[in-house]
Design a protein around this ligand. Structure first.
Ligand SMILES: O=C(O)c1ccccc1NCC(=O)[C@H](O)[C@H](O)COP(=O)(O)O
Length: 260
C-alpha cells in the first residue's frame, strides 16, 4: 500500500469516529457557520504575488519541519506579510495538525483560510465551515469524478471556495467541472514524494482559463515563481520554505517584498 492509500484508509476510520462523536447538526450550530467567507480565488485574481502560505509542522516526506512555532503567531505573521491566503493542515497523524489549528488561525487573522485535508466525506466540509475555513481542498488522486462533483457542489452551497488538486493529465481530465474555483497542480507526487516544477508547466496549457491556476509544493525561491508566472499561475502554495525558519511570517514578508 502506498502512503496516500494508507493516509486515506486511516482518514476513513478517523472520520467515522468523528461523525459518531459530533453530529452534523452540532457543527451547523457553530457560531462560525453563518459568517461571511472570504474568497481566495478573488484575492489571487487581483494579486501581483499570489502567495498562499502554509502552516505545516511535519510531513510524510520530510518528517519534522518545525514543532516550535505557534499557529496564532504564524497566522498573524502571514497576514502582516501580505499573503493572499493561509493553508492550515488539519491532519493529525501525518502532519501534526488539527481542527484547533484552523480555529486558532481564524481567531488570529482575516485572510482566506484553506482547510488542507484529505477530504473523503461531506462531513469534513461541515467541519471546515464550523472551524472557520473559507476554502477546501479536493485531491483528484483520492476521489472519483462523482465525488468531486458532489463535494464541490456541497462546498459551494456552504459558500466555500474549492481548490481542486491534480498531479497528472488523467486526474485533470476527470476533474474539470464548473463547481471548482481554482485548479492546483501539485509538483509533489504524493505516492513517491518526487518534486518537479515541470509538472506545473506541463499541465498549465490543459487548464481552462476560467479557473485560477495554483502551483503547489517544492517552491523555495523567487526564481521558481518567476519561472511559473508566464505559464499563467496566479497562486503559489508554499509550506516548508517558510515553516523551516524561526519566524515563518517574517520569512513570508521578505519573500513577498522581493517579488514586488
Ligand atoms: O508534504 C508532503 O510530504 C505530503 C505527503 C503526502 C501528501 C501530501 C503532502 N503535502 C501536502 C502539500 O500539498 C504541501 O504541504 C503543500 O503543497 C506545501 O508544500 P511545500 O511547500 O513543499 O512544503
Amino acid at each position: 500500500m502506498n502512503i496516500l492509500d494508507k493516509i486515506v484508509a486511516d482518514k476513513r476510520k478517523e472520520v467515522d469516529l468523528r461523525k459518531s462523536l459530533i453530529p452534523m447538526s452540532q457543527l451547523e450550530q457553530s457560531v462560525l457557520f453563518d459568517r461571511q467567507t472570504f474568497s481566495l480565488a478573488n484575492k489571487l485574481r487581483n494579486s501581483q504575488t499570489g502567495i498562499i502560505a502554509e502552516h505545516k509542522r511535519r510531513s510524510p516526506s520530510k518528517s519534522v519541519i518545525n514543532q516550535n512555532l505557534n499557529v496564532f503567531d504564524v497566522a498573524k505573521g502571514y497576514e502582516d506579510a501580505g499573503v493572499c491566503g493561509m493553508s492550515v493542515l488539519t491532519d493529525g497523524k501525518y502532519f501534526g495538525g488539527s481542527l484547533d489549528d484552523l480555529l486558532t488561525a481564524r481567531a488570529s487573522c482575516n485572510v482566506p483560510l484553506l482547510r488542507k485535508e484529505f477530504i473523503i466525506d461531506e462531513y469534513q466540509l461541515l467541519e471546515a465551515k464550523a472551524y472557520g475555513a473559507d476554502v477546501i481542498l479536493l485531491i483528484a488522486a483520492i476521489l472519483t469524478r462523482n465525488e468531486i462533483k458532489q463535494f464541490s457542489e456541497f462546498a459551494k452551497s456552504l459558500n466555500l471556495d474549492v481548490l481542486l488538486e491534480v498531479h497528472n493529465e488523467e486526474e485533470l481530465h476527470k476533474s474539470i467541472m464548473p463547481s471548482l474555483d481554482m485548479l492546483g497542480v501539485n509538483n509533489r507526487n504524493l505516492k513517491t514524494f518526487d518534486v518537479s516544477l515541470e509538472t506545473s508547466k506541463r499541465l498549465s496549457t490543459l487548464i481552462p482559463t476560467d479557473f485560477v491556476k495554483v502551483s503547489e509544493s517544492g517552491i523555495s525561491n523567487i526564481e521558481a515563481i518567476k519561472e511559473l508566472q508566464p505559464y499563467g499561475y496566479q497562486g503559489f502554495l508554499i509550506g516548508e520554505n517558510f515553516m523551516k525558519t524561526d519566524d515563518a511570517g517574517e520569512s513570508a514578508k521578505q519573500f513577498i517584498k522581493s517579488l514586488l
